[in-house]
Design a protein. Structure first.
Lengths: 199, 199
């Protein structure tokens, strides 16, 4: 049990450090220092940083599931649930302005490293995508629910990216408001696109 | 002259490697290998990776200026110029799907490293922001030209982030089409927001 607990502490410390400093930059020594254990004890639990990354991704997937489940429980309508998603940008604005979105920045870094875990990290985007799609389906948008889900996910990623570059909280709030307005309008009219308009 | 030329080759190679692998991951040896010079010759030109980064940022700023100037020259109306910006996502789709947006991913990495050049990298976003704002102003959107510029910049960043995670070209094309439709609508009606609607 004590051994499991140390392992958990290592994964939780790595989760934060990978987010704050990046995966490549974070060393075994950095993680060991945060956890307060010796190198020897550390290597007893993990031999390779890639193994820690796999567990960090699993931890993040579990935390994402918990959050999505909570939104499903606490928000009564699909529209309110979609607002919970957008609201997350405001709730996490301090961290987002400093370190970006934990999912997007990890995916981006692993893509450049051509890392075998990039698919695993992408699965967390997949969790959001599926959950958002379900909400759009519940709003009666069966045909374009997945496109709408990807559109909303992209907007949230764009807001996070520029928030990190410009450190502008007003921008985050204004964009979240635009998403809320877009969601209001969605309930009334189909999504606009040239092809659909032409057809 | 020969010395200047080697220096340029180093900066151009570093530009590509920083984009493809990330700044932290790229070593002096990686750059020297691409350029095909000895370590000794390399150190004659650059003593620190941070110095190369500064020159890479300057190079990217110059290339960005050239591209924006070209769009200004080649596209006749502000709306067409804004479409050039969105079209860039389709033109660069292969690289974006593999490595993300060069500006966004560098800013994100430098933010996590808390690197002194993060402001410099952010200036490239600033170039796009100013240029986009000018186009929206020319469209008669003086009051909210900067908000519209940031909105469009954010959408492009979000598209790039998800394109890297999902490798989905159809998604890129669909989102660029939505931007085109949004630009069409903008010419006719003010941007929708709750606060403005309520006022």
């Amino acid at each position: 049990m004590a051994s499991d607990s140390t392992r958990d502490l290592i994964v939780r410390a790595a989760d934060e450090l990978f987010y704050q400093r990046g995966f490549e930059k974070t060393s075994f020594a950095d993680i060991a220092e945060v956890v307060g254990i010796s190198r020897g004890n550390f290597y007893h639990h993990f031999k390779a940083k890639d193994d820690i990354l796999s567990e960090v991704i699993t931890l993040r997937a579990c935390k994402t599931k918990e959050m999505l489940d909570m939104w499903t429980r606490n928000a009564k309508t699909p529209a309110d649930r979609l607002r919970c998603f957008a609201q997350m940008l405001i709730e996490n604005r301090k961290n987002i302005q400093r370190y970006g979105c934990p999912v997007g920045t990890l995916c981006s870094e692993l893509a450049k490293l051509d890392h075998p875990s990039q698919g695993g990290a992408g699965m967390i985007f997949g969790q959001f995508r599926s959950w958002l799609r379900e909400q759009f389906e519940a709003l009666g948008r069966g045909v374009d629910a997945d496109s709408l889900s990807m559109h909303l996910l992209a907007r949230s990623q764009g807001i996070a990216a520029l928030a990190t570059a410009f450190h502008d909280e007003t921008f985050i709030r204004r964009e979240v408001e635009l998403i809320d307005t877009w969601l209001d309008d969605l309930k009334q009219a189909p999504i606009k696109s040239r092809s659909r308009r032409a057809s």
